[in-house]
Design a protein around this ligand. Structure first.
Ligand SMILES: [Zn+2]
Length: 222
């Protein structure tokens, strides 16, 4: 991709096993997301879970190398999933995930303005797991407790639960990757957002705590 390798890491234990997708680095100026995905892979903790792993640790390598949000075309990849023909990274992600049924997705991001950690939860029906993840992450990193976060009213401290209304999502002109995944069958997606003013390893750890807690909350995956 623009002269850079595009990595996909998979562990498959069987067709009957559930598959978890972890994505990071779609925004190049969010290095803690890539670090979080790599830390998870390097820790070996993934092996404790009885799931198939599908990890895209750096979706925007061009932006990551330059510490810039957008790709080589100047596009925000995370807005191109409705019309991916204009964006090679979005096109490639769509092709790679096609045919997979993900029981859960953790999409790693960072926020340059946020005073603390927060989560987006896109889920059609209970059980919701956002509150539990926030409680666990709050032990290792401060939580953003503002009533409005990134322009959205917080559902509870540090959590923005997105309305998972299929027909309304379809009407949106620009789709982030999460909408594409949701509309293609994944019914539980968390967007994990770390504040960039904290040390990189602390941010990476926070993403890992969110993932571990979410997997535990979903149950039946060990
Ligand atoms: Zn982002």
């Amino acid at each position: 991709m623009w002269g850079y390798p595009f990595y996909r890491v998979r562990r498959e234990i069987g067709r009957q096993a559930k598959t978890v997708l972890v994505t990071a680095g779609i925004h190049g100026e969010e290095p803690g997301s890539v670090e979080g995905a790599l830390r998870w892979l390097e820790s070996g903790e993934w092996a404790k879970w009885r799931v198939n792993w599908f990890v895209l640790p750096c979706i925007n390598p061009y932006g990551w190398e330059r510490n810039q949000r957008r790709n080589a075309q100047g596009r925000d990849i995370n807005r191109q999933f409705r019309n991916p023909a204009v964006c090679p990274e979005a096109q490639l992600v769509k092709r790679l995930v096609k045919g997979h049924r993900f029981v859960f997705v953790l999409d790693l991001h960072e926020d340059v303005d946020s005073p603390g950690y927060y989560l987006y939860e896109l889920c059609q029906e209970p059980p919701f797991i956002g509150e539990r993840a926030i409680a666990a992450v709050g032990k290792v990193i401060p939580i953003n407790r503002n009533r409005v976060i990134d322009g959205n009213r917080a559902t509870s401290p540090g959590l923005i639960r997105r309305e998972a209304n299929l027909s309304r999502l379809k009407q949106r002109l620009r789709w982030p990757m999460a909408y594409h995944l949701f509309l293609n069958g994944c019914r539980h997606i968390l967007g994990s957002e770390t504040p960039v003013h904290l040390p990189l390893q602390q941010r990476a750890r926070a993403h890992n705590v969110a993932l571990r807690t979410a997997l535990s909350a979903l149950g039946d995956l060990r």
